[in-house]
Design a protein around this ligand. Structure first.
Ligand code: FE
Ligand code: FE
Ligand code: ZN
Length: 301
């Protein structure tokens, strides 16, 4: 079976989904993830039906399965903060309608930060909100992402995610997205991924796993930092990440890169270039490129 691998891509006003797919294809990806607008604000361009249809055709031509495509919810949504409840609930609902209109069926969500209320209260608030968002008619699945535990983030342990899921009325419409950088920073050992997966299966259930974000980490295990690094250039390392990607038990799960752009001073101008084409190549060949950053700069310059 071919690995299902892609990266975060942009979603621009002019060409919308069609542009996102073209970008993914330029990286040699067979899936992708995008925000339907700026992640940090609420301005959203109206979806263009023609661009959606053209996009879906281009996906079909390139055998990209809609079931493997992921939308990321904007991070201004914080379901754990009761002061923003109405906004967060309505904005997430709207966003999920957009996901559906775009022909996709999965949205990744950061569970939220409790901003001082404590984990228990935060989890209560999250489940309350999710129960307002998800009803019998909901078609888009919400994937709760595992977090690094930075600040007051909820969801850095499988137990916390399980507690949320258990309190959702329509829990069949909630899944989980693992993030390797976040897990490392939260204290999980990716070197022992077999064990971590067993733990996940025991606590949450492997059938809930729907997406994996593949990132190396700039920080040591357990530091609760959340700073992504390019594949093979961080503390998790190439071999451990390959073991995750090619693990038999997660072979059908889409893997998404969210690694940092490579910066470069090009003729006096500071530029950044996407690493994904070269990282996907390393992943497909299962061979670390020792000149990754140089190759990226050379290619895009
Ligand atoms: Fe995320
Ligand atoms: Fe992530
Ligand atoms: Zn992150």
């Amino acid at each position: 079976m071919e690995v299902i691998i892609g990266s975060h891509v942009s979603f621009k006003k002019e060409d919308q989904l069609l542009g996102s797919i073209r970008e993914a294809l330029s990286y040699g990806a067979n899936t992708f993830m995008f925000y339907t607008g700026a992640p940090q604000n609420t301005s959203r361009s109206e979806l263009n039906e023609e661009l959606i249809q053209k996009g879906l055709i281009l996906m079909k031509e390139n055998r990209i399965d809609q079931n493997n495509v992921i939308v990321h919810a904007p991070y201004i949504i914080n379901l754990a903060n009761p002061n923003n409840e109405d906004f967060s609930v309505s904005f997430l609902k709207e966003e999920m309608k957009r996901v559906e209109q775009l022909g996709m069926n999965k949205i990744v969500l950061h569970p939220g930060s409790h901003v001082g209320l404590g984990i228990e209260k935060g989890i209560e608030q999250i489940t309350k909100c999710l129960n307002k968002v998800i009803d019998r008619t909901t078609k888009v699945m919400i994937l709760l992402e595992t977090m690094a535990g930075k600040g007051s983030e909820i969801g850095s342990t499988f137990e916390e995610l399980k507690q949320i899921i258990d309190n959702i009325n329509y829990s069949d419409k909630v899944g989980v997205c693992l993030d390797t950088c976040h897990m490392n920073d939260a204290g999980y050992s990716l070197e022992n991924f077999d064990q971590v997966l067993e733990e996940f299966d025991r606590i949450i259930g492997i059938d809930k796993l729907k997406c994996i974000h593949i990132n190396d980490s700039k920080n040591e295990r357990g530091t609760h930092k959340d700073r992504h690094e390019n594949i093979g250039y961080g503390t998790i390392g190439f071999d451990a990440l390959m073991h995750v990607i090619y693990h038999e038990k997660v072979k059908d799960i889409p893997k998404i890169l969210e690694t940092p752009y490579v910066s470069c001073n090009d003729g006096g101008k500071d530029r950044t270039y996407p690493p994904y084409k070269f990282e996907i190549e390393m992943i497909r060949t299962q061979k670390k490129n020792p000149h990754l950053l140089e190759d990226i700069r050379q290619f895009y310059k």
